[in-house]
Design a protein around this ligand. Structure first.
Ligand SMILES: NC(=O)c1ccc[n+]([C@@H]2O[C@H](COP(=O)([O-])OP(=O)(O)OC[C@H]3O[C@@H](n4cnc5c(N)ncnc54)[C@H](OP(=O)(O)O)[C@@H]3O)[C@@H](O)[C@H]2O)c1
Length: 297
């Protein structure tokens, strides 16, 4: 990417692509061009063309035209389309381009894309960390790769916030997927516990009690309490989880998340984690996590 003027190309013109395109134009970017197969094939009265025209966004007729008309390309296709979409435009990319994959996609696919683009154009792995319909261009992004700072500096004047999380492609996508382990898992735990509460006729009281517990302290403190307390008190808590399991079974509620928690406590006990701390919680999560990594190798 040699010329200084930002010419933005979006590969994908769905929920995220449409909102980003409109927001970039609104924020003052003169040149925004998009490509998707349906947009390129759309008739003049098609809602995609009407939306593009209303927001000053140009629709490229082909992947080649998208590349010719842009120097920063942000891919916003479904994750499973990340590689096929890249393959459709790869031959038109050159050293005047910075290609940013902002799809939600696995780390292996990102590493594959990085390899495919090696020696052809600059590449940044990016992950969108909130809902685009809610936050638009202000949705926070994680980015990694040697050109991540260049990406951040190019889009910052338009209000896009990019946080650099590593110098290798894959780190940004890994962060998003690791965060999902907790956020999506939390959703599973809420569903399992609240279904049991519904069956026992205590749904609203349980929900209110859990909300009061979470709301009472900053989440950083809860992380420390959960990580350190679990390691130190695994021996005691496994009995509570056994009783919880029995209760869930007795009311016909699902048990898969609770069985996993019970198995996790058993593993910590087998690793002799509680003995390491002699009943006293460490001051930070670091020693617990280091011990876990060392124990598993
Ligand atoms: N929307 C959000 O709030 C949000 C938040 C975080 C992350 N993300 C991530 O951002 C990416 C895009 O999300 P989205 O919600 O905009 O998805 P979407 O609404 O399903 O839109 C996907 C777009 O990609 C296009 N596309 C698919 N295959 C293509 C190909 N081979 N070449 C060119 N374009 C292609 C589609 O059009 P055609 O099929 O007609 O080509 C469509 O315009 C996803 O990876 C998603 O996980 C989205």
């Amino acid at each position: 990417m040699n010329d200084a003027t930002l010419r933005l190309g979006l590969l994908g013109f769905g929920e995220a692509g449409q909102r980003f395109a409109a927001d970039f134009v609104k924020a003052g970017l003169k040149h925004v061009v998009v490509y998707s197969r349906s947009a390129a094939a759309a008739a003049p009265a098609d809602p995609l063309r009407v939306f593009a025209a209303a927001h000053g966004v140009e629709i490229a007729a082909t992947p080649k035209a998208l590349c010719q008309q842009s120097n920063l390309i942000i891919a916003l296709t479904p994750g499973k389309a990340a590689l096929p979409a890249l393959r459709s435009i790869k031959r038109y990319l050159g050293n005047n381009h910075l290609y940013v994959d902002a799809n939600t996609v696995g780390v292996k696919a990102i590493e594959r894309i990085a390899k495919l683009l090696e020696g052809r154009c600059a590449f940044v792995d990016a992950a969108i960390m909130s809902a685009v319909p809610l936050d638009g261009i202000k949705a926070p992004l994680f980015a990694s790769g040697s050109d991540a700072a260049r990406f951040r500096d190019l889009v910052a004047p338009y209000g896009m916030k990019v946080e650099i999380v590593g110098d290798k492609p894959g780190a940004a996508s890994a962060m998003k997927l690791i965060r999902s382990v907790c956020m999506k898992g939390l959703a599973g735990l809420l569903l399992e516990s609240l279904e049991a509460a519904q069956r026992c006729g205590v749904r609203d009281a349980v929900a209110a009690d859990m909300a009061a517990f979470i709301d009472a302290k900053p989440f950083q403190q809860i992380i420390k309490r959960f990580v350190c307390g679990t390691a130190v008190h695994a021996g005691r808590r496994i009995h509570e989880m056994a009783d919880s399991l029995e209760l869930l079974k007795s009311v016909g509620a699902p048990t898969r998340m609770t069985r996993a928690t019970h198995a996790m406590f058993k593993e910590l006990i087998d690793m002799k984690m509680p003995e390491r701390y002699n009943g006293k919680e460490p001051d930070s999560i670091e020693p617990v996590l280091t011990a876990l990594v060392e124990a598993r190798g």
